[in-house]
Design a protein around this ligand. Structure first.
Ligand SMILES: NC(=O)c1ccc[n+]([C@@H]2O[C@H](COP(=O)([O-])OP(=O)(O)OC[C@H]3O[C@@H](n4cnc5c(N)ncnc54)[C@H](O)[C@@H]3O)[C@@H](O)[C@H]2O)c1
Length: 261
C-alpha cells in the first residue's frame, strides 16, 4: 500500500539533489508534487520524466508571491495541500570568518539568509492556511550544521540553526492542526551552490575530494547520496508519524556520536 496515496505536496528546490530525490520518492508513494525552483531547465526535465503527477513553477523562494503562486497551483489542480517540504538552499563553501571582508560578509549574509531562512518563513506562511484545512504537515530540510560546527561556515551554520528554531516554534504554534518536523541530512553529494560573494574566499573541490571528506566526517563512513534521506521524509509526511511534531530526524551517518579521533 502506497504511504502517500492521494497526498498533494509542495516542494521548494525540488529540481535537484535532495529535493528531487524526495519528489521521486513521494511520487512513487502515490503523491502529486508541486515544485518551485529557479532552474527552468531542470524543471522541464522533471515534467518530461513524470508528466501529470508533477507541476512546476519557475521562481525564487525569496519572493513571497512565488510561493503563493505555487500553493494556488497545487490547490487548483489537486484541490488541496497536505504537505510542505521547505528545502531550497544555498551554501557558504566553509568560507572562514576571519578571511572574509566586511563587505563580502554583509552581501553573503543578505543572500544566504534570504534563501535559507526567509525562503522557509515564506514557504510556511504561504502554505499554512491550506495545511490547516487538511491537518497536514511541514518538513524542513535542515542539516547537521543545524546542531554542530564544521558542517559549513558561519553563514550556513547560523542559517541552519535558524531553520531549527523556526521549525520548533511553528510546531508549538500550529499544534494541534499542523505537524512541523525536519530532516537533517549530513554531507551529501549534490550540486549545492556556493553563493557568489563568498566564492573568492573558498577553494572549490572536485567531487572525489568532496566524497572522501564526507566519508571522513561521519562515523558510519557513508558517502551520502540524496536517496539516502528520502525514507525520513516519507515517514514524516505520512500518517505513520501522526504523533510526531517538533522533531528532527538526523540522516547523517551518526554525527551525534562522532568522537575526537
Ligand atoms: N548537499 C549537502 O551536503 C546537504 C547537507 C545537509 C543539508 N542540505 C540541504 O539540502 C537542501 C537541498 O540542497 P541540495 O544539497 O539538494 O542542493 P541542490 O543545489 O542540488 O538543490 C537545491 C535546489 O534549490 C534550488 N534553489 C536554490 N536557490 C533557490 C531560490 N532562490 N529559489 C528557488 N530555488 C532555489 C536550486 O535550483 C536547486 O534545484 C538545502 O536546504 C541544503 O542546505 C544539503
Amino acid at each position: 500500500m502506497a504511504e502517500l496515496a492521494g497526498k498533494s505536496v509542495y516542494v521548494t528546490g525540488g529540481a535537484s539533489g535532495i529535493g528531487r530525490a524526495v519528489t521521486e520518492a513521494f511520487i512513487k508513494e502515490g503523491a502529486t508534487v508541486t515544485i518551485l525552483d529557479r532552474s527552468v531547465e531542470r524543471l522541464r526535465e522533471l515534467e518530461q520524466q513524470f508528466g501529470e503527477v508533477v507541476r512546476c513553477i519557475a521562481g525564487d523562494v525569496t519572493m513571497y508571491d512565488d510561493h503563493v503562486r505555487a500553493v494556488r497551483m497545487a490547490t487548483e489542480i489537486w484541490g488541496k495541500l497536505d504537505v510542505l517540504v521547505a528545502n531550497a538552499g544555498v551554501f557558504d563553501g566553509f568560507a572562514k570568518f576571519v578571511d572574509v571582508t566586511p563587505g563580502a560578509l554583509a552581501d553573503a549574509y543578505e543572500m544566504l539568509f534570504a534563501v535559507n531562512v526567509k525562503g522557509y518563513f515564506y514557504a510556511a506562511k504561504a502554505a499554512v492556511d491550506e495545511l490547516k484545512r487538511t491537518n497536514g504537515n511541514m518538513i524542513f530540510t535542515v542539516s547537521g550544521a543545524g546542531f554542530y560546527p564544521d558542517g559549513g561556515g558561519v553563514w550556513y551554520t547560523a542559517s541552519k540553526h535558524a531553520q531549527v528554531g523556526l521549525m520548533r516554534q511553528l510546531a508549538f504554534e500550529l499544534a494541534p492542526d499542523v505537524r512541523v518536523n525536519a530532516v537533517a541530512p549530513g554531507g551529501t553529494l549534490t550540486a549545492l551552490n556556493v553563493i557568489r560573494p563568498l566564492q573568492p574566499f573558498v577553494k572549490l573541490v572536485d567531487s572525489e575530494t568532496k566524497a572522501s571528506s564526507i566519508r571522513r566526517r561521519n562515523p558510519l563512513r557513508i558517502v551520502m547520496s540524496p536517496e539516502d534521506h528520502v525514507g525520513a521524509y516519507v515517514l514524516l509526511a505520512s500518517e505513520k508519524s501522526r504523533a510526531i511534531t517538533g522533531e528532527v530526524i538526523s540522516s547523517d551517518g551518526g554525527l551525534a556520536v562522532r568522537g575526537l579521533g
